[in-house]
Design a protein around this ligand. Structure first.
Ligand code: NAD
Length: 478
């Protein structure tokens, strides 16, 4: 039998917090809901402010030894990657049960997490010598910061968390990691698996919502906050960090535009656009969230997208046939429903879908909207769900101006039969990442960064590693 048996884990062994290398229980628990059924399938330990203190105390105690030995850190990261691989068979079904995504995507999330750990274990950093002559040797060294607060959202609990943990640890910091209360179990299970390989206090895993997150960001021992989530929460965290100038990386919301030029092949574009816009049921920060299509290609593009949307198999992520799982939680499902209903009330046409699916769970029909323009909420706001508006344009300059008329600036893409022409347009998108004839193409070695209200700082590659350090200049006169 496959290690990834596609079944909702009905009786979950109670998970524990990881603090100072120990399994820590809590007096209270909270419910974890399976979005495919709308029912509680497990509980998770509820972290208290005392737990937060204990976790940061442990992280601060572990810091001096951990920062001292880079070879040991690299070896530990490799052992952690092996531990993630070994735990993946048990964790993936739980991730599917609490998040909703198809099991194959949960498995991919765990593989990606192991890959990030190995990437940062192996990454080489050159010495940064500024000057080396008769008079002086001048160089820059990077110093770790101390205990880091790593706070993750519910759409990719594991990869987003590990994309913080791996560079933070490699750089010599220690970590307190908190997943979203909608998806606590997979991260707690990973904490349990990593407890055996990381020295005590180096990686602590706790739970909780906004209050616990706020306690982490305000904590006097926290030296850096690495946060992924909504722009609204990101702004609160920036305010919290300012009190004592904690270092900050914010990966926030997006409203990526995809511009389809008049020479694009609508059938090919539709296939790839659908795959990226509806991956994880649209709950991806950096995915196409509004399409601007040249008027001449729009009808064929909409037809192809609608056909693909109607054919998509929506269901429980534990069913191997499922392509699109449910929306993760009821408030988010209601928000998507509200934005789609608002667009339809303003004259939009649903070429496919258009409403929530009746029955248990938080399912929503894969939806393609036309006859909608700027100024309508689903175009101007981040929908974060399986609904995509397609808007006509006549002039590329106009499309570019409309794509850029957003407070967000995470990703963007341009689609064309002429890659050079598309690249020239893509370079002018006000976004941290631009793609040509694809979208959401990511890897551990490339920078992931939002501009405007989509973020502050960079994850991935050396840029991400450096985000967990302060620079120090050493000037030796000769
Ligand atoms: P959210 O902002 O509601 O919550 C994110 C995390 O912050 C959770 O763990 C939550 O408990 C915690 N939190 C809430 N209030 C806090 C506070 N005051 N102080 C500290 N922590 C607090 O986001 P969400 O709904 O979980 O995730 C969806 C959002 O995340 C979307 O906007 C999406 O675009 C964004 N996102 C961005 C990226 C990126 O890399 N740019 C990636 C994934 C998701």
């Amino acid at each position: 039998m496959s290690p990834f048996t596609a079944q909702t884990p009905a009786t979950q062994t109670p998970t524990t917090l990881t603090i100072d290398g120990d399994a820590v229980t809590a007096e209270k628990t909270f419910d974890v809901i399976n979005p495919a059924t709308g029912e509680t399938f497990a509980t998770a330990p509820e972290t208290t402010v005392e737990h937060v203190d204990a976790a940061f105390d442990a992280a601060a105690r572990a810091f001096p030894d951990w920062r001292a030995d880079e070879d040991a850190r690299r070896a530990t990261l490799r052992a952690m990657a092996d531990a993630v691989d070994a735990a993946a068979g048990a964790v993936a079904p739980v991730l599917t049960a609490e998040q909703g995504k198809p099991l194959s995507e949960s498995q991919r999330e765990l593989r990606t997490a192991a890959l990030w750990l190995r990437y940062y274990a192996d990454l080489e950093r050159e010495r940064e010598v500024i000057r080396d002559d008769r008079d002086a040797l001048v160089e820059v060294v990077r110093r770790p910061l101390g205990p880091v607060a790593a706070i993750a959202p519910w759409n990719f609990p594991i990869t987003i968390g590990v994309a913080k943990v791996a560079p933070a640890l490699r750089a010599g910091n220690t970590v307190v990691w908190k997943p979203s209360p909608f998806t606590p179990l997979s991260t707690l299970m990973l904490g349990e698996a990593l407890r055996a390989v990381a020295p005590a206090g180096v990686l602590n895993v706790i739970t909780g919502g906004g209050e616990i997150g706020a306690a982490m960001t305000a904590h006097p021992l926290t030296r850096k906050i690495s946060f992924t989530g909504s722009t609204a929460t990101g702004k609160k965290i920036a305010a919290a960090a300012s009190a004592d100038l904690k270092r900050l990386t914010l990966e926030l919301g997006g409203n990526d535009a995809a511009i389809v030029l008049d020479d694009a092949d609508p059938g090919r574009v539709a296939e790839r656009l659908f795959a990226t816009a509806f991956s994880n049921s649209g709950q991806v920060c950096v995915a196409p969230k509004r399409v601007y299509a040249a008027r001449s290609v729009l009808p064929a593009l909409v037809d192809a997208l609608a056909e693909r949307a109607r054919a998509a198999k929506v269901g429980d992520g534990a069913d191997p046939a499922t392509e699109l799982g449910p929306i993760n939680n009821a408030p988010q499902r209601d928000r998507v429903a509200e934005l789609v209903a608002d667009a339809l009330a303003r004259g939009a046409v649903a070429a496919a879908g258009g409403k929530a699916i009746e029955g248990p769970g938080y399912f929503f029909e894969p939806t393609i909207l036309t006859g909608v323009g700027d100024g309508v909420r689903i175009v101007d706001e981040e929908q974060f769900g399986p609904a995509l508006p397609v808007i006509a344009f006549d002039d590329v300059e106009d499309a570019l101006a409309r794509a850029n008329a957003s407070t967000f600036g995470l990703g963007g893409s341009v689609w064309s039969g002429d890659a050079d022409r598309a690249t020239a347009v893509a370079a002018r998108l006000e976004s941290g990442m631009s793609w040509v004839n694809t979208h959401t193409a990511l890897s551990a070695g490339q920078p992931f960064a939002g501009v405007k209200w989509s973020g502050l700082g960079v994850e991935g590659g050396l840029w991400g590693l450096d985000g967990f350090t302060d620079i120090k200049l050493i000037h030796r006169a000769r």
